[in-house]
Design a protein around this ligand. Structure first.
Ligand code: NAP
Length: 272
């Protein structure tokens, strides 16, 4: 069994890398067991300032010396970066977890070697506040223990949900990976509409955020479906009915289907 200097190494420590690092540290992992390699030196200094003890290394050294290697660079960076790590991952034999949208385990094993133990993860930015949800897929090379390691790592930033078919990762990307942006857009739209109806900006925002958080919690905790809950607040001839009618006539469902199909298609493009 190879001895590793670091428990987890991150190549790329941007938004997503930091969200996961923060989750790990908050859930009790020692910062000294986590190392980062990021080509942005200022970013490395900034993170080391905010997470004292966090180690840094060159990408190749990190790949050879960590038990779990998280690839958290932009997908476009991987075709150049990953092949350059092959010798190091051969030496260190880490479990490799890629969070890069669209990049397949087939591409990764082509770059890193067919025996590399691989997991793909699609986290989302609410991980920054410990409320993320991550879709995970393991290649056949990953063991039962590797899956447990990946679950533990991603659960440090929220919930982790496995899919069995890699093709479904496109749908995961379109649903939970990109999903927070749809919700933020909804917040903007509701706040703007509330202001147009005469509310001050802060009141409009507070009511919007409270409503989205409360309705989401109710939907999560209730035994009733979202459709049933909606019917219950939509009394015939009432205000909600009028509003929902406008949303249905505007084809909100069709719009969401098209938006998510576009995200899934972009995910497929990134994997070609
Ligand atoms: N953000 C999300 O909501 C989200 C959700 C799910 C998955 N993801 C995935 O997470 C990955 C990272 O996204 P992000 O939003 O965290 O991106 P990001 O903020 O741009 O972070 C990437 C970091 O990697 C650095 N980097 C670039 N090339 C490198 C190299 N060759 N070696 C070492 N470091 C390098 C970048 O430095 P420079 O800034 O100097 O280039 C940057 O600091 C992406 O693959 C994305 O698909 C993101």
């Amino acid at each position: 069994m190879t001895e590793h200097r670091y428990e987890v190494g991150f190549i790329g420590a941007g938004n997503m890398g930091e969200a996961l690092i923060q989750g790990l540290i908050q859930s009790g992992h020692a910062a000294s067991g986590i190392a980062i390699a990021d080509k942005n030196a200022e970013r490395v200094r900034d993170l080391q300032g905010r997470y004292p003890g966090l180690a840094s290394a060159e990408a190749e050294d990190l790949a050879a010396d960590c038990a779990t290697l998280v690839l958290a660079v932009k997908p476009q960076t991987l075709p150049d970066l990953a092949p350059a790590l092959r010798a190091a991952t051969d030496r260190g034999q880490p479990l490799v977890i890629s969070v890069a949208a669209g990049i397949t385990t087939g591409q990764l094993s082509g770059w890193l070697g067919a025996s590399t133990r691989l997991v793909r993860a699609m986290p989302n930015t609410p991980a920054l506040v410990g409320a993320g949800v991550t879709g995970l897929y393991a290649a056949a090379t990953a063991s039962h223990e590797d899956r447990a390691t990946a679950t533990r790592l991603l659960e440090a930033a929220g919930r982790a949900i496995w899919v069995d078919d890699e093709e479904q990762m496109h749908a995961v990307t379109a649903t939970s990976g990109s999903g927070p942006a749809y919700v933020f857009l909804m917040i903007e739209a509701m706040q703007e509409a509330a202001q147009a109806l005469g509310l001050p900006a802060d009141t409009a925002l507070e009511l919007t955020l409270g409503t989205l958080a409360g309705a989401t919690r109710l939907a999560a905790e209730s035994d009733e479906s979202a459709a049933e809950l909606r019917h219950r607040v939509t009394s015939p001839g009432g205000t909600t009915e009028r509003a929902v009618q406008v949303l249905e006539e505007g084809d909100l469902r069709g719009l969401m289907r098209r938006a998510m199909a576009a995200a899934a298609e972009r995910s497929r493009e990134l994997g070609r």
